[in-house]
Design a protein. Sequence first.
Length: 128
Amino acid sequence: MQNLEQIRAAAALAATHSENTQITRQAVSKLPSMILQNGLLATAAFASEEKDDGNPKRPEMMAAMKAIGKHLVDRGIGDSAVRSIPALIEDLSSKPTLSLQLATTEALALLSFLKRFAISNAPEQPEA
């Protein structure tokens, strides 16, 4: 039986070590303050915003929010049919306030681990 910290750490490691996901510390470090100031749903909408050509405006933030969405579904907070950020927003907006508060708390807790495991933004220095 794993405790919540182990579950969150495993989810963050899986998200940051995924081959098709690029989660950077810079993108992740902005999300907690955005969530606290604007709310989880507004932050998710901001992170999932797309350009005119259909590509995400902020792919690193979008990847982090997708990791949060997956974690919320795995924890039973979100509906198992949720497969995208807009679907997560719709699901959480239709639930009681307590579910949204729980989702926000869980998202912030997961972000603390994502920030630790995310790739650094600094260019790698060659060894001397």
